[in-house]
Design a protein around this ligand. Sequence first.
Ligand code: ATP
Length: 636
Amino acid sequence: MIHSDKGTDPPDKEDLKRSTPSNPEDGLSQILRLVLQELNLFYSRDVSGLCLLYDLLHSPWLQALLKVYDCLQEFKGKKLLPATSQAQALSHEVVEMLQAAPGSPEIQELRQILQAPHFKALLSAHDTVAQKDFEPLLPPLPDNIPEGEEAMRIVCLVKNQQPLGATIKRHEMTGDILVARVIHGGLAERSGLLYAGDKLVEVNGVAVEGLDPEQVIHILAMSRGTIMFKVVPVSDPPVNSQKMVYVRAMTEYWPQEDPTIPCAEAGLPFQKGDILQVVDQSDALWWQARKVSALGTCAGLIPSSHLLKRKQREFWWSQPYQPHTHLKSPMSISMEEEDDMKIDEKCVEAGKTIDEETFESEELSEDKEEFVGYGQKFFIAGFRRSMRLCRRRSLLPTLCCPSSCPSAAGAPYEEVVRHQRCPSDKHRLIVLVGPSGVGVNELRRQLIELNPGRFRTAVPHTTRSKKSYEVDGREYHYVSKETFESLMCSHRMLEYGEYKGHFYGTSVDAVQAVLDEGMICVMDLEPQGIQVARTHELKPYVIFIKPSNLSCMKQSRKNAKIITDYFVDMKFKDEDLQEMEDLAQKMETQFGQFFDHVIVNDILQDACAQLVSAVQKAQEEPQWVPATWVSSETGS
Ligand SMILES: Nc1ncnc2c1ncn2[C@@H]1O[C@H](COP(=O)(O)OP(=O)(O)OP(=O)(O)O)[C@@H](O)[C@H]1O
């Protein structure tokens, strides 16, 4: 019973009495219910530490739990033996007896239960286990093995639908057929009887001497059921002492299109961004791996990092020369190419006169920059027209496709670890990426407005002069050209561009300032900026905002407008939507390996809900991140 100095009544004595295990009616769930009830009481009372401990140790439910624990421990030590290994036969007998017995509803019900197919299957499984009847029936070993022959091992494998999980090769000097590799998780490996280096002598009684590996494979392919190998065991069976590593594929790989793979069927196809568990790197050229999304499966062959890099280089040199294509939105390119004359025409068409002052002040409608939430007035920086138009002219070096350009290609695999952010750590930076006009800024704004106390955007820098109504550090950080250039040169700018003769950009420090305040920083970046942001200090979580299909977009963007250089926002034309789709595809092809999450922005409300949930998961659930982000933390 729990005593306390003050507070509510102790729990019902009868309840506690009933909770002791001496009362056989009690279930464990009853005890646990009482535990929870009492813990609730602890919470609601101001109990001193000593009393709490005293009460806790004397509480009947703790005693009851300990008794349950003891029983379980005792039970664990006991070796379970089946009461009978003939349960099926016994059930038959009972059914026959019941048939002769006078009919009563109970007897009828029992007969039905015993004859139900799933119950029969259960008894059959029970007897199989009780009789330890697990092994497949293997043919007897041949008894005419000549004496004095090399030490041989006879291996019988029962081939079901699955492949054998081993590859063979011919020894260059001796011509012997050897087991080249045994695939992890495959039939051969699970048997524990075949090793890389074993020499094949016979397969199903057929001598393999003088045969090509392809002929041996043909014999194997034709075999059904049990396959018998006669092998000369390798003197030193290889021991796999390597540690398992996880990698993110930074490129794609299709074994069926690779003529150099030792066995295309054993290859593991993968796409950019797939997380692979590499189980064997003992071979310099071909590793063994499986996808984390299918860990129960047999491993497959993938090119080693070194080999894949070489393949990328060879592929690149075999391609006709193509100047690097920019990942600029055709919408923005076409606008850049327009001459002033045309811009003037557009402005006249739109019934506006050019108001340079309005334009320079970059005024958006007030509700886009300021809003009232939580009884407070909030100002959202980073949404200004110049900043957004300037982003389209990003000065970051435009990356070419890492998989096809040897100079830009990084490692084809990036080692990753599963990392969970500690609640006391700074939040991860949330980066939104998407083709111009897809709704990156709309979603960003909606997210911030949803909870301005939790989400914020970084305040950008500019070299243009401050307007009278602006506040330094609110709309922008106003800096000199020299300061801006020094930030650029010291790689402290995550993105930057030039617009109407002024620099605009967002610095690492501006992002850090938001994170230091314990808030979640949400920014939008051009995809070529992702790699700059991928540092252990920011640990960005990249969300790709993707347009839905054309017909849906036509419907959902009927009233939407894109910002342009022409002082007025313009309605989407069909070509704009098509360009957006094409650009999204290019972005996915070139930068898909960096996307942690993809959201299709069709119905705005749904996309916003998905964004909220993705951001929460990024902060609160384990995610795959580059191993260097975590090792540099533990190292520091
Ligand atoms: N799901 C949606 N349904 C309807 N309209 C949308 C949706 N998403 C965005 N919009 C509208 O589309 C227009 C363009 O969106 P937004 O300004 O966010 O583009 P963006 O991706 O930030 O591109 P950029 O900044 O490069 O112009 C805006 O008028 C926005 O309100």
